[in-house]
Design a protein around this ligand. Structure first.
Ligand SMILES: Nc1ncnc2c1ncn2[C@@H]1O[C@H](COP(=O)(O)OP(=O)(O)O)[C@@H](O)[C@H]1O
Ligand SMILES: [Mg+2]
Length: 131
């Protein structure tokens, strides 16, 4: 899903809702995934301008889940450690996007470099969060 204009965030939300439902997640986990994706897609739009969301179903042994990547070639996250703390924002944001996405998923990996862009991968496993 390309993220270029604000309405693409709606498309990203819809894609994640469908993919997560198809993967077998219940409504609570679907909402968690949609919320996390919404924040990460909005960050691309807000900070990088453009980028992409790529999702796929994943399997590891008995586990089955979903992986969603958010990739941009924007300015990068200058202070990643700070950015992961709730309430930190370099703009007028609430600073809950990155910590929220981490809390709402099972795994989150961030790769970012100044001037080179940001790649964020989140994963959620079926049955791993008790809902
Ligand atoms: N894709 C991105 N590219 C560059 N900087 C980012 C990106 N995503 C997040 N950031 C930086 O991390 C900070 C924290 O992000 P977030 O937790 O979503 O809070 P908010 O968006 O409300 O500021 C942002 O203020 C911004 O400086
Ligand atoms: Mg944000």
């Amino acid at each position: 899903v390309p993220i270029c204009v604000e309405s693409d965030i709606v498309s990203a939300r819809r894609a994640v809702r469908e993919a997560a439902t198809h993967a077998g997640f219940g409504t609570t986990d679907v909402t968690r995934l949609v919320t996390a994706a919404s924040e990460l897609a909005r960050n691309i739009y807000k900070y990088a301008g453009t980028g992409n969301m790529i999702w796929r179903e994943i399997r590891s042994g008995e586990l089955h889940g979903i992986e969603i990547r958010f990739v941009d070639s924007g300015p990068g996250i200058v202070d990643l450690e700070a950015a992961m703390v709730a309430g930190y924002s370099t703009t007028d944001g609430l600073g809950m996007g990155l910590p929220g996405a981490k809390r709402l998923t099972d795994e989150m990996e961030v790769t970012t470099a100044p001037g080179k862009g940001t790649s964020i991968t989140v994963r959620k496993w079926l049955g791993a969060s008790g809902s």
